[in-house]
Design a protein around this ligand. Sequence first.
Ligand code: FAD
Length: 449
Amino acid sequence: MQPTHHQPASRHVAVIGAGAGGLVAARELRREGHKVVVFERGDQVGGTWVYTPNVESDPIGLDPNRTRVHSSMYQSLRTNLPREAMGFRDYPFVAIEEDEERDPRRYPGHREVLLYLKDFAIEFGVSEIVRFETEVVFVGLVEGGKWKVKSKSKRGEVVEDEIFDAVVVCNGHHTEPCVAQIPGINTWKGKQIHSHNYRTPEPFRDQVVILIGSATSALDISRDIAGVAKEVHIASRSVADETIEKQPGYNNMWLHSMIKSVQEDGSVLFRNGSVVLADVILHCTGYKFHFPFLETNGIVTVDDNRVGPLYKHVFPPDLAPSLSFVGLPWKVAPFPMFEFQSKWIAGILSNRIALPSREEMMEDVKAFYSLLEASGTPKRYTHNIADYQFGYDDWLAAECGCPAFEEWRKQMYFVAIENLFARPETYKDEWEDHHLVVILIGGAASSAD
Ligand code: FAD
């Protein structure tokens, strides 16, 4: 939407987090003329992609006082999207064949993504504006619609208070574990761990493992573990109650319906009626949105994993445009979406793009929630935009006045998903979308056909 009065404004903006979301937010804000500080509690950029063998002190993540680790990366992880579809729009994620240190595969390992993000941060001068090892501990409104940001430096333990015109929250949402509720679990004697704390299969050698979940990381981890474990039993809530299927290609892995209950003696009863004496339950059950530093006097809440109310998953109508969120929607191609959201936020903060009125935004949010309710979508899926992610990206692009999501990238995304279902074991190394692989000409991407 174009504003009626275009008075370019340069704002003092705090970006929280230097993962992919924070990096591209900082770049877009600077491009638009804002003064930006990026707060990052880690010692490098990359967020989720900074692999560490360290895990948290509570493997299931329930103890609020546990030692924290940000990243959920496991050692064997390769991307689940081809690099061409995954990268930022104007900084393609190209294979760097001439450097032996780099991973040129289309579905590279996690280190390659980290190196790409580091290159991005250097290329656009973002690294220089990141305050590393500086954790934001409080963000709250002060007079005049500005925001107070308190931060704590790891080295000096100094808490600083600073005032910003706007805050862009990019703290990621793959750190705070969500665990399955299982009848009898409190007296079950086996071990429990959340995939947030899964790194390598070795600790599961010769064990009987129950793995709950069926998303991409559950698929990866089950295969990782099947190589060393005695048995792997996958419990999925997306299959029929009677399901019990030996997994093709494995003589020690089965797919079951969900767990019905567990017993003190270590046995696990599935809805399909089978009983397994297990050593470990591994919860690959996703994460919660978590903003422990954010104080909005109840204006923004997290209710059953719905962050709201938010206009288009970004702006709380009552606090727009000075508070915004990058990266909440999931089941998406994240990097390009972060880029669109960031352009939109930057353009709105400079008055180049206009937001609807508070009332109109609130009406839009209410209509969206009613639609979810009418379709029987649980609240916790509010930010699952799998069914309309490209429509969402294109809407943002139109607001920003920039080109829509590239057609070749959309096709590649769909082909990649189809390929994953067709060849779950080999989709990262075998594909048939050569015709979509982009050729890079002078830094710009164009379709190969
Ligand atoms: P993050 O990368 O989590 O970054 C958030 C940053 O905020 C961190 O650096 C953190 O230290 C910092 N931070 C948090 N709180 C504070 C605070 N209070 N103060 C200061 N700093 C703070 N996406 C793909 O496109 N392809 C894939 O193949 C893929 N695989 C994935 C596999 C796994 C196991 C996971 C967990 C995710 C995967 N994703 C994948 C999604 C991935 O999360 C996104 O691609 C993206 O990296 C998320 O970026 P982000 O900036 O939103 O969050």
